[in-house]
Design a protein around this ligand. Structure first.
Ligand code: SF4
Length: 240
């Protein structure tokens, strides 16, 4: 797919880790203290400008069969890599324009037999997604900004083929706590800047002893063991 000057303003784009990804906004409503997207702002490195609404241009239909197969081997095309599903101000609805985009994306994905996996903290979206047979990674955390745990557990019970619970692991002392929980499927080890105020300690997959130990202890749960979804053994928990 060629890049032009509107490339960074498009919903669908290539992604170093996941192959491709889709974002309907880069102006994430969640305001997590550990947000990687916000940490990159002002650095010029993998930085995305803030855009409220991004539109899907039918790119899925132009994927080659090889690209579709590769994405399916990665657990599906990732929805929301630099943000979350947009929401209207009262938080109780998905905006109409975003619903139209999501319906378009799902229709094209079905036509290409492409799985979708959405990373989200948005309850309204998750309930919509599971009813439309879209896989969901429900992101929880210890900071009060994640998907509410009780509702995540309930959705996981109702839709065991679609829903996985993913948690942020804040620092090495928390690896075993999260790793031993049988109702938590995927561990994302924090890999942003050290933030002492929040007890956030970076554990990048490529040069951290803590990460290597976690991957050894919880090989079916630790995200990013190879740095690429295509070669990942975990596949967001969608291995069957
Ligand atoms: S668990 Fe694997 S497939 Fe899922 S996001 Fe992490 S690296 Fe990618």
């Amino acid at each position: 797919m060629t890049k032009d000057r509107f490339y960074f303003l498009r919903a669908f784009r290539s992604n170093l880790k996941t192959g491709f990804s889709v974002d309907l906004t880069t102006n994430c409503p969640n305001n997590c203290v550990y947000c990687y997207t916000q940490q990159r702002r002002g650095t010029g490195i993998y930085e995305r400008e803030i855009v409220d609404e991004l539109y899907y241009g039918g790119e899925i239909l132009h994927l080659t069969q090889e690209e579709v197969d590769r994405l399916n081997r990665s657990g599906g095309l990732r929805l929301f890599s630099g943000g979350d599903c947009p929401r209207v101000e009262n938080y109780n609805e998905i905006p109409e324009w975003a619903l139209q985009e999501l319906t378009h994306i799902k229709g094209d994905a079905d036509e290409k037999r492409l799985s979708l996996k959405a990373f989200t903290k948005n309850i309204i979206f998750a309930n919509w997604a599971v009813r439309h047979n879209i896989r969901c990674q429900l992101s929880i955390d210890s900071f009060g900004t994640g998907f509410p745990l009780e509702q995540a557990l309930s959705l996981r019970l109702q839709y065991p083929h679609l829903v996985r619970i993913r948690t942020l692991v804040e620092n090495p002392t928390r690896i075993a706590y999260w790793g031993e929980r049988i109702d938590v499927d995927i561990l994302t080890l924090y890999h942003g800047r050290n933030l002492e105020k929040y007890n956030l300690q970076t554990m990048p997959w490529y040069r951290s002893k803590a990460f290597a130990q976690a991957a050894h202890d919880y090989p079916t749960k630790v995200c990013c063991q190879t740095g690429k979804c295509e070669t990942c053994p975990v596949k967001c928990g969608y291995t069957t």
